[in-house]
Design a protein around this ligand. Structure first.
Ligand code: NAP
Length: 244
């Protein structure tokens, strides 16, 4: 019986699990890192926690009779993607990488690309004083030295220190509408937005809201995929590659 291991943590991973769990004769297991205390429901089997590097992942793949690995992790989850590529090479089990396309600026956008969170932080003092930060709860340390700026940081679960001294935390889980994002940017008198290039629909409304209000957006570029790895952009591409 085919046993598909989905490395999860993204909307697409959850959708893929739902798609595969419906197929008779296919076993599907989703692996979650365990960072979020209350992850949404996932169909099929679920396991939680790190494997112990590429070697640990390769061992799990062998022990559980995995026939294909789908890396559907978030585009910024660089370590697990590298581990998946190495584990595939070690075991000979095929691996497919699912990466939703990144965002692209449209007319009226005022985007500033940054290579890293540190580079994003360096750009901020020249762009505004009140910052809407949506780079995730673990990345606030890169901005902690910006003591003169005011931050509104949104994340699903409370961020961990270090973080900038003037930080208002907004706990919320997407998707968000353009109207909600526009209200938030107006209410908090935001003058610059910082985001990772996560791509996807669920969190794109902040970009259109920023465009509507004429605000600059600092966009952190995705890390590159491991050498030789080619990603597919959607579920159809994964199913095609799996021959399902
Ligand atoms: P990461 O830096 O790439 O991974 C760090 C370590 O966490 C990995 O070496 C692995 O530990 C473990 N890990 C990560 N994803 C795993 C998974 N799906 N199943 C089992 N172990 C996993 O990852 P991260 O950036 O901390 O992200 C952690 C998870 O959150 C990912 O699954 C990702 O999809 C999701 N996520 C990340 C972001 C982001 O911006 N980075 C945003 C939204 C969701 P071992 O080496 O011990 O196996």
């Amino acid at each position: 019986m085919p046993h598909i291991l989905i490395l999860g943590g993204s909307t697409e991973a959850r959708r893929l699990a739902g798609e595969l769990a419906d197929r008779p004769g296919v076993r599907v297991t989703t692996s979650l890192a365990g960072r979020v205390k209350r992850p949404g429901a996932v169909e099929g089997e679920v396991r939680v926690g790190g494997f112990g590097g590429a070697e640990g992942l390769a061992a799990w793949v062998r022990e559980q009779g995995v026939t294909a690995v789908v890396d559907a992790t978030h585009p910024f989850a660089e370590a697990i993607t590298a581990n998946a590529a190495r584990a595939a090479a070690m075991t000979g089990v095929p691996a497919v990488v699912l990466r939703r396309p990144g965002w692209h600026p449209g007319p009226g956008d005022r985007w500033h690309w940054a290579a890293s969170l540190a580079e994003a932080a360096a750009l901020l003092p020249g762009l505004g004083h009140r910052v809407f930060l949506t780079t995730g709860r673990l990345g606030l340390g890169a901005f902690a030295h910006l003591t003169g700026l005011h931050f509104v940081a949104r994340s699903v679960e409370p961020p961990e220190p270090p973080m900038p001294p003037h930080t208002e935390v907004v706990l919320a889980r997407g998707p968000f509408t353009e109207a909600e994002e526009t209200d938030l940017l107006r209410d908090r008198r935001i003058d610059v937005v910082v985001t990772k290039d996560s791509g996807g629909e669920a969190t794109a409304a902040k970009l259109t809201a920023a465009r509507r209000l004429g605000l600059p957006v600092v966009v952190v570029r995705r890390p590159p995929l491991p050498a030789g790895v080619v990603a597919v952009p959607d579920l159809a591409g994964v199913l095609d590659r799996l021959g399902l």
